[in-house]
Design a binder for this molecule. Structure first.
Ligand SMILES: Nc1nc2c(ncn2[C@@H]2O[C@H](COP(=O)(O)OP(=O)(O)OP(=O)(O)O)[C@@H](O)[C@H]2O)c(=O)[nH]1
Ligand SMILES: [Mg+2]
Length: 535
């Protein structure tokens, strides 16, 4: 009889051991049963591992990146997210947005005042045609920025009006200084190229911009908040603060309205092809309301306020999943999900600056190579490079393309049509290998402005030559552009089955945008669940 090992003596081993009188048939049946039991056990282990992996994935926040050229509406879309997720917190920031709106108003007035200055300067210099042929050729005066025939004559009354509005410049400086330390802000780049088709006052009037990382809202909160009895406790605005720029704005209100409604100023703007209504942060049609002493910005005002983003800002939201656009099957899944641990999800939404920052070296590059294309490619590369660190593990990109910009050029490079720039950016994004599994959501934005332009008779085909003789209507132009963007996607990634959705948007309209964002949220969560093998 063989000697028993120590382990053979342990009760479990003894229980599991085959009976000593086992027949051949019994042995075969036992081995089969053992194999089946092992397979079942392995399947359970695999399921547990899969669930663990899914749970791990589940705890990861959903990452969404807002992309698009400057002024495309990224930060405005973010404001809509904030309004949906935490309207109270959004509204608690009214004091800060009131200051931004004040700056927007002052900037618009500055554009007009700068234009008047330029017109005044130009009238001081006779045009070459009016100069005597034998006039001295060593005239060292700078060339006039405008041809004299383009500038309607300003009267003494206009100059007085200009003087009376000069306190606004101090308001701008003081708000600007309070907005952020100098290092955190950036002035609008203005000297890219000697060639430009943009009116100079629009290019040279600085636009407020802020480093995403700076706590500018806190700065305004401190500035406008104190414990005075006159403070509106809900809004955090101290209306009786003598340092409140609202007081000067209010005192200048009548003159600002006079300036904006003046026929000569209107012709001056027209002669220089400046459409103020097209400028971001346009409040000149609401001057009386926004310069009222007790002005409190509405939600719509906050969405229209313009503050250019520099860098990247990250925003955390906790969203409950909705069932809006889900199929019955997916709806059932979400019901299960709600009953379990997935009732709400953390989202991280990244808002990036879409402007290409222009350092002097770049301007030199332009001159050195004398090649628009090379410089522009460089600008693209630098912009995309700034976004790439955020491409990792991304669930979705919301790409904003402002359709209304079909007749505008980039502030950074007046040689480039904005719509074409959007298409080029879209192409770089959809063909980027790092993003081949990222859901793409295209917002064909600023549809309200597109409609207004077309209704005003501006011809789409004048700048989008390939549009040909198709009708100059919103339906036809927007559908044409949708097809163009879809074609670029198909061409750049023909085999890709990644989800692609598009929406025609006007993201300053909170009602329609909230519906669209619900839909977007459902689509992203559905894709996320699919990727986690939960669907
Ligand atoms: N009328 C209209 N205005 C819009 C729309 N979307 C955005 N705007 C306005 O356009 C301006 C620019 O929008 P932003 O959201 O600041 O643009 P952005 O893409 O964040 O721009 P950067 O920060 O420079 O990259 C703001 O004044 C918005 O209120 C829209 O659909 N319709
Ligand atoms: Mg922005």
């Amino acid at each position: 009889m063989p000697r028993q090992s120590v382990s053979d003596d342990d009760p479990i081993t003894r229980l599991a051991a085959p009976p000593p009188d086992e027949t051949e048939d019994q042995r075969a049946a036992r081995l089969l049963a053992e194999r089946e039991a092992k397979a079942r056990s392995d399947a359970i282990d695999a399921e547990i591992n899969r669930q663990r992996a899914a749970e791990k994935k589940e705890q990861k926040p959903i990452k969404v990146l807002l992309l698009g050229q400057s002024e495309s509406g990224k930060s405005t879309t973010l404001k809509n997210f904030q309004l949906i997720n935490s309207p109270k917190a959004f509204r608690a920031e009214r004091a800060s947005w009131r200051a931004v709106i004040q700056l927007n108003v002052v900037r618009s007035i500055r554009v007009i005042l700068d234009l008047m200055n330029a017109a005044q300067a130009s009238s001081a210099y006779p045009s070459p045609a009016s100069s005597p042929i034998d006039s001295p050729s060593d005239d060292s005066r700078p060339p006039s920025p405008f041809p004299s025939e383009a500038s309607p004559t300003l009267t003494a009354e206009h100059l007085k009006l200009k003087m009376r509005l000069s306190p606004l410049l101090q308001v701008e400086e003081s708000l600007w200084r309070r907005l952020s330390p100098a290092s955190a802000t950036e002035y609008e780049a203005t000297h890219l190229s000697p060639v430009t088709n943009l009116p100079s006052p629009v290019r040279t009037t600085k636009e407020i911009s802020i480093q995403s990382s700076s706590a500018w809202k806190g700065a305004f909160g401190r500035f406008l908040s104190n414990t005075r009895g006159s403070m509106d406790s809900d809004q955090g605005i101290d209306f009786d603060d003598p340092k409140d720029p609202g007081v000067i704005l209010h005192n200048c209100s009548e003159d600002m309205q006079k300036l904006w409604n003046d026929e000569t100023v209107k012709s001056l703007l027209k002669a220089n092809h400046i459409l103020m209504e097209d400028q971001p942060g346009f409040f000149l049609n609401d001057l009386e309301r926004v310069t009222a002493l007790k002005y409190v910005p509405s939600d719509d005002d906050i969405l229209k306020a313009r503050l250019k983003t520099i860098g990247v800002s990250e925003h955390r939201f906790v969203f409950k999943t909705g069932t809006g656009s889900l199929s019955a099957n997916q709806g059932t899944l979400l019901t299960k999900v709600r009953e379990g641990s997935l009732i709400s999800r953390v989202w991280k939404v990244f808002d990036v600056g879409g402007a290409r920052s222009l350092v002097p070296r770049l301007a030199e590059t332009y001159v050195f190579f004398d090649s628009f294309l090379l410089t522009h490619k460089f600008l693209y590369a630098s912009l995309i490079a700034a976004w790439v660190p955020y491409f990792d593990d991304l669930d979705a990109i919301i790409f904003l393309a402002p359709l209304s910009a079909f007749d505008q050029t980039l502030a950074e490079n007046p040689e480039v049509n904005r719509l074409e720039d959007s298409m080029m950016l879209w192409k770089s994004i959809v063909s980027n290998p790092l993003l081949k599994r990222t859901s793409l959501i295209l917002f064909l934005n600023k549809c309200d402005i597109l409609k207004a332009k077309l209704e005003a008779g501006i011809q789409f085909k004048r700048t989008v030559l390939s549009y040909g003789d198709r009708p100059n209507t919103f339906e036809a132009t927007s559908s044409y552009m949708r097809k163009k963007f879809a074609a670029v996607l198909k061409q750049a990634s023909p085999d890709s089955s990644r989800p692609f959705y598009h929406h025609f948007t006007s993201v300053i309209d909170t009602t329609s945008t909230s519906h669209i964002l619900e839909n977007v949220k459902d689509n992203i969560i559905r894709q996320n669940l699919t990727d986690s093998h939960l669907v």
